[in-house]
Write a new protein. Structure first.
Length: 115
């Protein structure tokens, strides 16, 4: 599993990407899908997930719908039209960032020359 410091800046793009590729998702479903796709290397805690979901909802990037299942309420998140644009933008930015990081970490020659 990756450290929280390493994954912190990628959680919002991950969440947006998953929801944008689905009709709708609920919180636990998001955490399990991330765990499944990454083979357990990225584990999103509820403490990290829900503040992001609430912020995206407040920013009108996500819409919500409550569904009652027995006595429990499940809150589904769906991406808005402006959210789709935001997801595309952040995905492009993250892919560019990954490319930039690869310039540093896939370097075949020394990054600096000793004096």
């Amino acid at each position: 599993m990756y450290s929280k410091e390493l994954t912190k800046g990628t959680l919002q793009p991950i969440i947006l990407k998953l929801i944008s590729e689905s009709d709708k998702m609920y919180g636990y479903e998001i955490t399990q899908k991330v765990k499944e796709i990454t083979k357990g290397k990225i584990d999103i805690s509820e403490g990290a997930l829900y503040p992001i979901l609430h912020r995206l909802e407040a920013d009108k990037i996500l819409d919500t719908k409550k569904v009652y299942i027995g006595k429990r309420v499940r809150k589904y998140y769906k991406i808005t039209n402006s959210g789709k644009k935001a997801a595309q933008k952040i995905t492009a930015e993250l892919n560019d960032f990954i490319g930039t990081l690869s310039l540093i970490f896939n370097e075949k020659k020394p990054l600096y020359e000793a004096d």
